[in-house]
Ligand binder design. Structure first.
Ligand code: NAD
Length: 508
């Protein structure tokens, strides 16, 4: 019941995949098989390792230490030992370290991008974009580090003087996902170090090599031992997570990942009452009003829905299109999607790579099949691409979506654009806000009053108007509802790693 596939695109994509040869790194010392704790490269105490596979070819890339509770506690101890001296460095000194780390990322951008493509699968051009974005967090927070001002407050009690100082909260535990192997890490470490915190970061099990390369550059940048520590695990992930969340030493946990794991980590952090920031899953509404510029709206949908093959937390998930522009939008988007080139992220001209693993493929397939069963019409795609490899799925556009479909209530996290028709602004805003999550939302319109109205009405943490790309180190990133709380990037990012201490001087 799924329409025939576009054979021309499959053939071109197969050709691209045959060229899947991983280019060697210019600096081979950036590819690690150990992790970085207390300024040293180490393995797990147990000697255990786990294997990481290239999602495009399925072939092994290498192994990393399978760490456990004991290894994690060692890393926490190292971070705690480094905290007293690091927290007393001046903002200017910490700025210089972050700046140096930023410059080293720029100098090694090609190698970092190759690593990202290898372990995550995204096309090399996207991986280069991610490296630039990731490095920018270090640049941005190097500029914020010396400017963490407190307040002088006019007291209401005569004779008192009141002021505040911002102090680093302590050791921070950071847990990040695989979909942006570099940027999710720098977006947390940048502000943590700017504030004067030391960190224990758990690398994603799927993409630990980019994290290790960043650690190598931290070492070269002269970040003191114990300030930045990485623990790695795959099978023992939950054990490592528990060691971080239950630690008395760790005062802050910042997590980016799924809402389900976020809830678990919040419960685990309750006994020690940690400060938390959670960047969790989304289910972004993407609304195209009749008065939108069609080309801009289609370009926005391509960028927002299909970037990283739909594996970003701010990806459009529910694409609402007003009746008057519905057919034209469906046709124009399908034409664009038909021109995508799927294949190895290293192959010339490839626009879309594999998904991360077979579980991701399974979810995407189930959303497509559920939509088709309930009357959705596949305009392009809809199937796996076994001739490319087991983790490839055709970029897909489905029209005539209904609220009862899975894609309405669950984040697809894959390359499927489902189009929902709507009649009125009030109806679409209501429908957009039915989600229990609220990370990003997008809409396209030329009506200025509507732009203000809808931006204010959408229950999300971030809104894109007439654009599908909203990420910027200078702008606060984060969600509402079950997409979490806390903000990363921007002037608000550093606050997540600080406490505000109030001082009252009496007897004046
Ligand atoms: P996930 O929650 O399964 O994993 C995220 C990270 O948490 C990984 O490093 C994983 O190893 C770790 N983890 C998993 N279980 C854990 C546990 N019990 N204890 C400690 N750590 C644990 O998510 P995923 O499937 O890898 O990533 C995709 C999800 O992340 C999507 O829902 C996506 O929306 C979300 N995401 C959100 C943002 C954001 O900024 N809001 C950004 C990227 C991804």
């Amino acid at each position: 019941y799924i329409q025939p596939t576009n054979h021309l695109r499959i053939l071109r994509a197969s050709y691209a995949s045959m060229q899947h040869s991983v280019p060697p790194l210019n600096d081979k010392s950036l590819l690690k098989s150990q992790t970085y704790v207390n300024g040293k490269w180490i393995g797990a105490k147990s000697g255990q390792t786990f294997e990481v596979n290239d999602p495009a070819s399925g072939k092994p890339i290498g192994t990393m230490p399978e760490m456990n509770k004991e290894d994690t506690e060692e890393a926490i101890k190292a971070a705690a030992a480094a905290f007293p001296s690091f927290s007393k460095t001046t903002g200017r000194e910490r700025a210089k370290m972050l700046r140096k780390w930023y410059e080293l990322m720029q100098e090694n951008a090609e190698d970092l991008a190759r690593l990202i493509t290898w372990e995550n699968g995204k096309p090399l051009a996207d991986a280069k974009g991610e490296v630039a974005y990731a490095a920018n967090f270090f640049e941005w927070f190097s500029e914020e580090a010396p400017r963490t001002y407190g307040d002088t407050i006019p007291a209401t009690v005569p004779g008192n003087r009141v002021y505040t100082i911002r102090q680093p909260i302590g050791v921070a535990g950071l847990i990040t996902p695989w979909n942006f192997p570099a940027a999710m890490i720098t977006r947390k470490i940048g502000p943590a170090l700017a504030a004067g915190c030391t960190v224990v970061a758990k690398s994603p099990g799927e993409t630990p090599f980019t994290a290790a390369a960043l650690a190598e550059l931290a070492h070269r940048a002269g970040i003191p031992p114990g300030v930045v520590n990485f623990v790695t695990a795959l099978k023992n992930t939950a054990e490592v997570g528990e060691a971080i969340t239950s630690s008395d030493t760790i005062k802050k946990v910042s997590f980016t990942g799924s809402t389900g794991v976020g809830k678990l980590l919040m419960k685990q952090s309750a006994d020690t009452l940690k400060k938390l920031s959670f960047e969790l899953g989304g289910n972004a509404p993407f609304i195209v009003f009749d008065d939108a510029d069609l080309d801009i709206a289609v370009a926005g949908a391509v960028a927002s829905k299909f970037r990283s093959s739909g594996q970003t937390c701010v990806c459009a998930n529910r694409i609402y299109v007003q009746k008057g522009i519905y057919d034209k939008f469906a046709k124009a988007l399908t034409e664009k999607v038909d021109n995508f080139k799927v294949g190895s992220g290293y192959a010339e001209g490839v626009t879309h790579g594999p998904l991360i693993h077979d579980r991701a493929i399974g979810k995407v397939e189930s959303h497509v099949q559920d939509a088709v069963k309930q009357g959705g019409k596949v305009l392009t795609g809809g199937q796996k691409m076994p001739d490319l490899g087991s983790n490839f799925f055709q970029p897909t556009v489905i029209r005539d979506m209904k609220d009862s479909m899975k894609l309405m209530s669950e984040e697809t996290f894959g390359p499927v654009a489902g189009l929902f028709p709507f009649e009125s602004e009030a109806e679409v805003v209501k429908s957009a806000n039915t989600a229990d999550v609220g990370l990003a939302g997008y809409f396209f319109s030329k009506d200025l009053q509507r732009c203000y109205r809808v931006a204010e009405a959408l229950e999300v943490g971030m809104v894109g108007i007439n654009t599908g790309l909203i990420s910027d180190p200078a702008a606060p990133f984060g969600g509402v509802k079950q997409s979490g709380f806390g903000r990363e990037g921007s002037k608000y990012g550093v606050e997540e790693y600080q406490t505000i201490k109030m001082v009252t001087l009496g007897g004046m």
